[in-house]
Design a protein around this ligand. Structure first.
Ligand SMILES: CC[C@H](C(=O)O)C(=O)SCCNC(=O)CCNC(=O)[C@H](O)C(C)(C)COP(=O)(O)OP(=O)(O)OC[C@H]1O[C@@H](n2cnc3c(N)ncnc32)[C@H](O)[C@@H]1OP(=O)(O)O
Ligand code: CO
Length: 134
């Protein structure tokens, strides 16, 4: 099952500027910055207590983040949930009629295996499932 919100993903145009902004807002600097080449993004992660914020900047025009910003501007891009067993959750959610955007778990940032659900089937919210890689 989904255990908790793992992070909120926010699409930004300028990661360096947004790092400064969120450092001021949250009072802490990002604990990591990581490129995920397969997704065409560079990310920064902030953590306050159990809450994580992931800032995402596109590294190529055809990436999901670039297309999102072109269409909707900067803002909340996705909600990520932690799962204990991503394969079991993918099967369960497929059985419940949700549309998986990747049929097998893929490499995410912050040492996670991830899967996304199409927002058309989740009231317009892009959902990410995250399992910690052992
Ligand atoms: C994995 C690294 C990192 C991590 O945490 O580990 C990340 O989180 S990476 C995050 C970036 N990667 C992804 O988002 C991968 C999953 N996303 C996709 O496959 C696409 O973005 C998809 C399928 C959601 C949309 O792609 P498409 O090419 O179909 O783009 P369109 O602009 O045509 O969108 C179709 C339709 O969906 C709406 N849409 C798009 N993105 C979002 C969103 N983030 N939240 C809500 N809705 C979204 C878009 O507005 C279109 O709706 P329409 O009514 O037709 O205008
Ligand atoms: Co994410």
């Amino acid at each position: 099952m989904l255990t908790n919100v793992e992070h909120l993903g926010i699409a930004v145009k300028d990661l360096a500027a947004s790092n400064d902004l969120f450092t001021k807002l949250l009072g802490v600097p990002p604990y990591k910055s990581e490129a995920v080449e397969s997704e065409g993004v560079t990310t920064s992660f902030f953590k306050i207590n159990q809450t994580k914020i992931e800032l995402l900047e596109a590294t190529r025009p055809e990436s999901a983040i670039a297309k999102f910003i072109d269409k909707k501007g900067e803002g909340i891009h996705h909600v990520a949930f932690e799962v204990d067993d991503i394969l079991a959750e993918m099967e369960r959610l497929k059985g419940e009629g949700f549309t998986l955007l990747n049929e097998t778990p893929k490499q995410g940032a912050d040492n996670k295996l991830v899967c996304f659900l199409h927002p058309k089937g989740t009231n317009g919210v892009l959902i990410e499932l995250c399992q910690e890689r052992i």
